[in-house]
Design a binder for this molecule. Structure first.
Ligand code: GLY
Ligand code: MN
Ligand code: MN
Length: 430
């Protein structure tokens, strides 16, 4: 991973917060993600489990954190298990982390090799009643793959059937939702890199280019600036492809007269940025495109102002749907009369706006957090209104990342060009 040193103080502080939330006589276990097989002897690039990174700063496979705050022996209150480096493995895959390095990054003093886990856990259990295990609870994940956290649940059930098991996810969600100043700075940096990639695209794009060429430019700018890559598969969708919300094939030609929807974000030091812009392929919006663009910008601005402490994404969404109704009527998509006669179970706006205005952002692009959670200073959420008019082959989404504060929301992407005229001028001058 390429990023400057993150102070171990952040990870130490995060573990203190965890200890304060754990009930007495608990052991928390957080496993790293598995390496995912690709083909032959290849794995997909490794991505650390976000909870484990949040608590340790360690980005290496086969790592496990065990936290046991009440153990009488201070040495056993925080233990990091890691893969033991060996010559054969290092010859092929490069150097693995030594204990001193792991101590330096995480601030954890007890580092053991992974093959010591079974012996140590057997010693810890007699002081504790309950295991807290970090499992993924994202409602959108419906994977059939057996994960390391679920294997741990099974192992503990078999080996210690009379101990209780509890969900760690609610605690981790509460902790990760509110960002420390150091985390906010990292996300700011991810946003800056994302902005540079957008400006590069404005200079680069010409009619006839392929969507994947634009993707390559984004990737180039990300890597050149120290990002590890994309925080998620980028959407580079020209013309009607923009109406498919998760279009990621990026294989079509960008044609004169069409618009190009970009949904892209750098991942920097494991934190995500998430941005969307929609631009004219030939550098100038036509009259209808400009009308729809300005309607989206209007909803964007009004929605961003709603992102204040004390409300929730669910409540904001309700207001945004009303904003969209007004704009849809102005755009001639349906009339006020149609709204009065609509089926309340299937409101008309849903045909053109069918996703949420926002989600939490952090180590994961769709970060932990429930849409009914009350917004508090230090949380970062997206603001992403969109309009998708299939019958006109037009889709527009604008998206910035917003920091909730004690007062006005802070737009972490306020320097990334957004106004239609600003975009046209930048495209003209290239
Ligand atoms: N990039 C995915 C999203 O905007 O939620
Ligand atoms: Mn996005
Ligand atoms: Mn988003």
């Amino acid at each position: 991973m390429i990023y400057p040193h993150i102070s171990k103080h952040l990870f130490e502080q995060n573990r203190i917060k965890l200890n304060n939330k754990l009930p007495k006589q608990s052991i928390a276990i957080i496993t790293s993600n598995d390496e995912m097989p690709r083909n032959g002897d290849q794995f997909f690039p490794f991505r650390q489990n976000s909870d484990l990174f949040y608590l340790t700063g360690i980005y290496q496979e086969k790592t496990m954190l065990v936290v046991c705050p009440d153990h009488p022996n201070a040495r056993f209150r925080e233990i990091l298990f890691m893969v033991k480096p060996n010559k054969e493995m290092e010859t092929w895959h490069g150097l693995k982390m030594q204990k001193a390095e792991a101590i330096n990054i995480s601030g954890i003093k007890t580092i053991l090799w992974e093959d010591e886990f079974e012996k140590i856990i057997a010693e810890l259990v007699s002081f504790n009643n309950t295991f807290f295990i970090s499992t993924c609870e994202n409602s959108k994940v419906a994977s059939k793959i057996e994960t390391s956290d679920l294997r741990m649940v099974e192992y503990l059930s078999r080996r210690f059937p009379l101990h209780r098991k509890e969900r760690l996810a609610p605690i981790m969600t509460e902790l990760r939702l509110k960002k420390e100043p150091e985390e906010i700075n990292i996300i700011r940096h991810a946003c800056q890199i994302t902005g540079k990639a957008f400006e590069r695209t404005l200079k680069f794009l010409k009619p006839g280019m392929y969507e994947y060429e634009v993707e390559a430019e984004l990737t180039h700018e990300f890597l050149k600036n120290g990002a590890s890559g994309h925080a998620y598969y980028p959407i580079v969708a020209s013309g009607e492809n923009a109406c498919f919300l998760h279009y990621v094939t990026n294989k079509n030609q960008c044609k004169d007269g069409e618009m190009l929807l970009l949904d892209f974000g750098a991942e920097y030091a494991n934190y995500a940025a998430d941005c969307s812009r929609t631009i004219p392929v030939n550098g100038r919006f036509n009259k209808r495109q400009r009308e729809i663009y300005d309607a989206t910008l209007n909803v964007f601005r009004k929605s961003r102002q709603l992102m204040v402490k004390g409300t929730s994404i669910t409540l904001i969404q309700k207001q945004v749907c009303k904003l969209w109704e007004e704009e849809h009527v102005k755009l001639g998509l349906y009339s006020m009369e149609d709204i009065r006669n609509q089926d309340p179970e299937e409101p008309l706006y849903q045909k053109y706006y069918m996703h949420s205005i926002s989600h939490f952002l952090g180590l994961d692009v769709h970060d932990v957090g429930n849409k009914n959670s009350i917004l508090e200073p230090g949380m970062i959420i997206t603001c992403e209104p969109g309009i998708y008019i299939r019958e006109e082959g037009v889709g527009i989404r604008l998206e910035n990342d917003i920091l909730i504060t004690q007062a006005e929301p802070i737009d972490l992407m306020q320097n990334i060009p957004l106004e239609a005229e600003e975009i046209e001028n930048l495209m003209k001058s290239s």
